[in-house]
Structure formats: C-alpha cells, structure tokens
Design a protein around this ligand. Structure first.
Ligand code: PLP
Length: 385
C-alpha cells in the first residue's frame, strides 16, 4: 500500500529510535544504561494517585470530557499562576487543558501559521519544535543557542525579510537540552519583537519547577505578553505525571481560540479522572525531596565528568547535562561509541538541531546508583598517558 512522502521522509522519533537500539543490544545480551529520554522516575504523590483511583470508579467518569478542559482544573491552573507568578488568568478565556504539551505545541503551529510562512525554532531545541515544519511543510528558521551567549537566542541576527514570514516562535526556559535559564529582562525583548513584527510567541515552561539556582519566569509576568503570547505548562516533569498526558495552554484569548478550533477537531479532551488528579497536583508545588534528588544527581554527573576531563557547564535547571564531546568527534559518533562500547545510551546533539552535533544530552532521570554505574563505565575525554 502507498504511504505518504511525508511519512516516508520523516526520520524516526529520536527517543523511539534509542529505545529500539537498546532493545536490540539487550536481545544480544548486552546491558545498557538509558540516559537518553527524560522520563521522571520519582512516583507521583500518593494523593494524586488516590484521587485518580477514586474518580475511575465514578459512574460518569467514562463520558466524553469537555473540549476546553474541566472547569475546576482550569480554575486550579489560574490559581497556580497567581500563586506562582502573581499573574491573573481568566479560567474561561485564558486557560485550555490539553493531552500533554508535546502535541499541543505541534498543533499550535496549525492554528497560527499558513503554508509558505515560517516558524522560529531554537537550535538546539526540544525535537518536537521541528515537527510542524517537517509535517506540514512550513519553513523553519533556526535560532542558534550558543554557550558564549548563555544559550539565549540573538533575535537581532534575524534579517528583516525573514521577520515578514515568521508567524510563530518557540521559546523554552528553563531550557531543554542546555539546562539554561533566561535572564529576567529577556522576555521584554521577545515581546517587543513580536509586537513589532506581529508573530506569536510560545513559551514552553515544561521545566518551571526543576530549578536549582536562579528563577524561572512566566512570559505572562511581562507587559504586552497577553496580546502576542501563549505559554504551556505540563504535569509531566513537576509531578511525574508524564504517563497521564496532561498539560495546559494559557495566555492570549485570541490565539487560544484559534488553537481550540484546531484541537477540538482532532482531540476529544483528557480522561476526567486524570483532570481531577491534576486539580489535586496543583495544590502543592514540586516536592523539595524530589528536587534535591535531581540536584544530587546533577552534582554527581557534572563532577564525575569534570574529573574525566570534560569541560562541562553546570546546568542551573532541568533534568539534563548538555555535554560538548571531545574534538574531533561528533555527538553522533560519540553517542554511538558510548552505546556500543560502553553500554550507555544518551541523546546525540543532532537530535535537537542541525548545528548541535558537537554535543550529547545526558538525562538525570535515573537513580544515583545507576548514574554511578554509568559514569564508572564512561571513557575519559582524552586517553590518559
Ligand atoms: C521542552 C519540553 N517541552 C515539552 C515536553 C513534552 O511534555 P509532555 O509530557 O507534556 O508532552 C518535553 C518533554 O520532554 C520537553 O522537554
């Protein structure tokens, strides 16, 4: 049977490919430590699990949920924004519930970009930001994130003719994969450019709670954001609810309404017990124990890599270490040798953008003893004399 050129030409999703490679090696008897995907290993809080189980028994739970999301959950998101950032959101027009942020970010492009128009995509950046261009044929314009610029894009480098095609820009601080935070004045500049050139900003706040030093900001704290921006939050990283598939998109009512038009044609809302679990989750912030656990892992990995001779940047936030690989290797060859010779799976930098192949990404969602095993197997940056 014929399949579309789109499906044929799309490379496999990087983390699906890594899982496949690991499964193959394990079938051949090799043990592999997976530091590829970020898949929080800490369990969700007990009260979250309890409400989920209770709600599953409710006689109406199996029914279609509302397309915009459960009203108590939209109110809980709005209250969370106020508590966290002092931002007031109208739960009816400025909050939508979605089945995870990954698909919401891809569908947002359908709601904001026309054929022939362009999207600003960070390089490196979360791989799904590349998907609207790959799937729907939009143009993708790269925003390089470089260590010398603290992994912040330089919007001044975008040429005037490009601004006329740009309709949407993806931003993500705390940042996957670099672990960087944006400085407090960064959003003023982005909002100013969005007003000037009339494009939509999306701020992906997936790692809002995974911050060790410094502070995460919501774009909605800044004047003028509500006209040009939406923001996504997810329950996946803060509350280890990644398998639940629950997130929210908030901000500009006009952009949310366009997103809702598209989303309500494709999806039918999130299972009600999961949304009730989300209401309970938001009553508390991330557990300090969980945050301390991640920080201990980060400190261990960074210091072990430094001892092995790697010039590694200590990430102030997120669940990743973004590691420059020893020259003249590429991230792809280094990741391949880590997997096949040392039994460690990591994500090659190229998965996050075409100019990021001098790096690999290490995920911190494995317990400390597993990370210790991995680092014991890890090669030195340069062979010892
Ligand atoms: C930056 C970023 N955004 C979004 C997501 C997707 O999260 P969700 O589980 O809500 O789809 C991830 C997942 O790793 C991520 O790293």
């Amino acid at each position: 049977m014929p399949v579309s050129e789109r499906a044929q030409n799309l490379p496999p999703y990087i983390f699906a490919q890594i899982h496949q490679d690991i499964a193959q090696l394990e079938r051949n008897g090799q043990s592999v430590i997976d530091l590829g995907i970020s898949d929080p290993d800490q369990p969700p809080r007990e009260d979250i699990q309890d409400v989920l189980c209770d709600q599953v028994q409710h006689p109406d739970s199996h029914r279609y949920p509302s397309y915009r999301g459960l009203s108590p959950l939209r109110h809980a998101v709005s209250q969370w924004y106020y508590r966290r950032f002092g931002v007031s959101l109208d739960p009816d027009s400025e909050v939508l519930i979605t089945g995870g942020s990954k698909e919401a970010l891809v569908h947002l492009a359908l709601a904001t970009v026309n054929p022939g128009q362009a999207i600003l995509v960070p390089d490196p950046g979360y791989p799904s930001y590349q998907m609207p261009a790959a799937l729907f044929g939009f143009e993708s314009i790269a925003m390089p994130l470089r260590a010398e610029n603290h992994f912040i894009p330089d919007l001044e480098r975008i040429a005037p003719p490009e601004w006329s095609r740009i309709q949407l820009g993806f931003f993500n601080y705390p940042n996957n994969p670099t672990g960087a935070l944006a400085p407090a004045d960064f959003w003023h500049h982005v909002i100013d450019q969005a007003h000037r050139h009339q494009w939509t900003v999306v701020s992906d706040l997936a790692y809002v709670d995974i911050v060790y030093e410094g502070q995460a900001h919501s774009i909605l704290e800044y004047p003028g954001a509500r006209d040009v921006a939406v923001e996504t939050i997810t329950f996946s990283k803060s509350y280890s609810m990644q398998g639940f598939r629950l997130a929210a998109m908030v901000g500009s009512p006009k952009i949310l309404e366009a997103f809702y038009r598209i989303e309500s044609q494709i999806n039918a809302g999130v299972y009600l017990p999961i949304q009730y679990a989300g209401v309970v989750a938001l009553q508390e912030d991330i557990s300090l124990n969980i945050l301390a656990t991640y920080q201990t892992r980060r400190d261990f990995v960074v210091s072990a890599l430094q001892q092995k001779g790697y010039p590694v940047f200590t990430p102030p936030a997120t669940l990743y270490v973004w590691l420059p690989v020893p020259k003249p290797l590429s991230g792809t060859t280094f990741a391949s040798s880590l997997l096949h010779q040392h039994g460690i799976a990591v994500a090659p930098g190229i998965a996050f953008g075409p100019t990021s192949d001098e790096f690999i990404r290490i995920s911190l969602t494995q317990p400390l003893d597993i990370l210790q095993h991995a680092l014991a197997r890890w090669p030195n940056a340069y062979p010892q004399d």
